[in-house]
Design a protein around this ligand. Structure first.
Ligand code: NAD
Length: 438
């Protein structure tokens, strides 16, 4: 099939590349000319495991191209995907500026039947708005489909190629069949392609993110209660997760969810509720609990490091909002580092892949270390923010030797309390009792 994907971010680039990998001819379009030039040369500007190799292979095979010219891409495609960003706008509402601009651009370029597919996460009613905008620009036939994306950064290719389900929201049989044909190679193991109305498809995406975010906030609230009551959240987590009605996924307590989806999608759904005069009580709490949880690391830092903070130095391991990505949008590390800098603390940071992104945020206000242990030298404390695999079994004796004070504040509960005690650390973890002497 001939496809264009507009927006070459985490979603558009992965979707376009995976469609090309299954044999389609894909044109990826972006307004960012520098990004288009880099991608055309086989350079992937984001970190996503396995993506660069896949992009290169499909570019070499001539199935995947990049350009800024939307008109030309639309004329050469049957299916046009909209995969641009929908960031948080005024009062938490989803900003649909880019989606509508692309819809208009597609409408103006139509020279015959096309399927316009909304892959961006958008509030209910957006497919209808996209249809109206395109309808104002053209007399040609077209269908609009809502096809929300459920991939996770860090595992995006596997998620895209083996989705739990594919949702196709449309009323047109013609468009629905084309979409099924496109997605059939990805559901060969029997996972379902669900057909529904565009409104239900749009809501299904927000509902999934709202549920996941709620589970995280609830677990974080329980972790704080564990800390206060003398319980251990790791035991509680296991006790809860073995209940077949609940299951073990998404029960890890931490320092709040970040990234480009949960925070903005929860807020956008609250706004949708307001517009329909509904009370989104749970969602508001989910958001509030998350904001508070992002302050947990700094709170512990103040409590356990104590004294004149402006004379302190802290090593931060992990900057991305989760492992296996360089995405720092809404990352807990950003909140922590701003608080540390405001208090005059010197910050020595390490992340396996996100340091170039961090440099764009913090410039020379913090120090960056390519090697994790180098960040520890002379620090008053090590703070773990992201659960990268390489932080899970470090050389504890080396950490102990390098730190000025043997204090580890762990926002991801990576370590065994007994080991930390034996080596002589003061060890503070989420929802657990502190280890070691003050
Ligand atoms: P992103 O910010 O990484 O990428 C958006 C891209 O769109 C950028 O390259 C930007 O230059 C381009 N763009 C902006 N305006 C444009 C225009 N008018 N014409 C052409 N290109 C334009 O965004 P993302 O993380 O890929 O997210 C895209 C959408 O997918 C959002 O709605 C998001 O909520 C949703 N989503 C994201 C994820 C994720 O994990 N990142 C997962 C599922 C769904």
């Amino acid at each position: 099939m001939k496809i264009c994907v507009v927006g070459t971010g985490y979603v558009g680039l992965v979707a376009g590349t995976c469609f090309a990998e299954s044999g389609n001819d894909v044109i990826c379009v972006d307004v960012d000319a520098a990004k288009v030039a880099a991608l055309s040369a086989g350079e992937v500007p984001i970190y996503e495991p396995g993506l660069e190799e896949l992009v290169r292979r499909n570019v070499e095979q001539g199935r995947l191209t990049f350009q800024t010219d939307l008109d030309d891409a639309v004329r050469r495609s049957l299916l046009c995907f909209i995969a641009v960003g929908t960031p948080e706008g005024k009062d938490g509402e989803a900003d649909l500026g880019a989606v509508m601009a692309v819809a208009r651009g597609i409408g103006e370029a139509l020279d015959g039947y096309r399927v316009i597919v909304d892959k961006s996460t958008v509030p209910v009613g957006t497919a209808a708005r996209v249809e109206a905008v395109i309808g104002d620009c053209t007399d040609h036939e077209f269908d609009v489909v809502s096809n929300p994306e459920f991939l996770k950064e860090g595992a995006a290719i596997a998620d895209f190629q083996k989705p739990d389900r594919v949702i196709i929201g449309c009323r047109s049989q013609r468009a629905g069949l084309l979409m099924e044909e496109l997605y059939n190679p990805f559901v060969r193991t029997g996972k379902p392609i669900l057909r529904m109305s565009p409104e239900s498809a749009e809501m299904a995406k927000y509902a999934a993110n709202a549920m996941l975010a709620a589970r995280i906030s609830l677990m974080n609230e329980i972790a704080n209660l564990c800390e206060a009551t003398g319980s251990d959240v790791e035991d509680v987590r296991r006790g809860v997760g073995l209940d077949q009605r609940l299951g073990p996924a998404f029960l890890f307590p931490g320092v709040g969810y970040g990234g480009s989806c949960f925070p903005k999608d929860v807020k956008a759904l609250i706004q949708v509720a307001d517009q329909y005069a509904q009370r989104a009580q749970i969602l508001r709490s989910v958001d509030e609990v998350n904001d508070r949880q992002k302050g947990w690391l700094f709170e512990k830092f103040q409590q356990y490091v104590g004294g004149d903070l402006s004379a302190k130095r802290v090593a931060v391991w992990g900057l991305s909002f989760k492992p296996r990505t360089d995405d720092m949008r809404e990352a807990p590390s950003v909140v922590l580092i701003h608080s540390l800098l405001d208090a005059g603390v010197r910050v020595a940071a390490h992340d396996p892949v996100a340091m170039p992104v961090a440099e764009r945020i913090f410039g020379d206000k913090i120090e960056y270390f390519d090697k994790s242990y180098d960040a520890l030298d002379g620090a008053d404390c090590l703070v773990i923010v992201t659960e990268w695999q390489e932080f899970k079994q470090p050389d504890f004796d080396r950490i102990r030797q390098l730190l000025k004070t043997p204090l580890v504040i762990d926002g991801r509960n990576l370590y065994d309390r007994e080991t930390m005690k034996r080596i002589g650390f003061r060890y503070i973890a989420v929802g657990r009792q502190p280890v070691g002497e003050a």
